[in-house]
Ligand binder design. Structure first.
Ligand SMILES: [Zn+2]
Length: 130
């Protein structure tokens, strides 16, 4: 990943960013890739006079942090997906609860209707007997 992206895009980067990133010599820094250590593969700006007359200028290019940001974004997207799935599940639970409540209400209504009917029947029974 590192070697390829460097070779393919370093030219445009150089022409675009030469004026913006200056080393301590106040001349355009050049893009380099870290060859050793824990940051191997990372792109950085270094003094263009290195190694003969280097001022020691060193600055990582944001490209790597951008891809790290992308990873974070993907992580967040993944989390959002999971949250959405959980949300859907919760919605399903709520729907099921609503159905349960409806059932209960229906049976409550049925009980009330049954009570009313029995009351009416009782009243009719009492009325017809008197
Ligand atoms: Zn320099």
């Amino acid at each position: 990943m590192m070697g390829k992206s460097c070779a393919s895009s370093s030219n445009s980067w150089n022409s675009r960013l030469k004026n913006t990133v200056l080393c301590k010599h106040n001349i355009g820094a050049v893009l380099k890739t870290v060859k050793h250590g824990e940051h191997v593969g990372k792109t950085f700006y270094g003094c263009s006079l290195w190694p003969y007359n280097s001022c020691g200028f060193f600055q990582f290019v944001d490209v790597m942090t951008e891809s790290e940001d992308l990873e974070k974004k993907n992580d967040l997207l993944e989390k959002m997906k999971n949250l959405k799935i959980k949300n859907e599940k919760l919605k399903m639970v709520v729907v099921e609860l609503n159905i349960e409540i409806m059932k209960h209400r229906k049976s409550e209504k049925l009980v009330i209707v049954a009570l009313l009917v029995s009351l009416v029947l009782f009243a009719m029974f009492v009325y017809s007997n008197s």
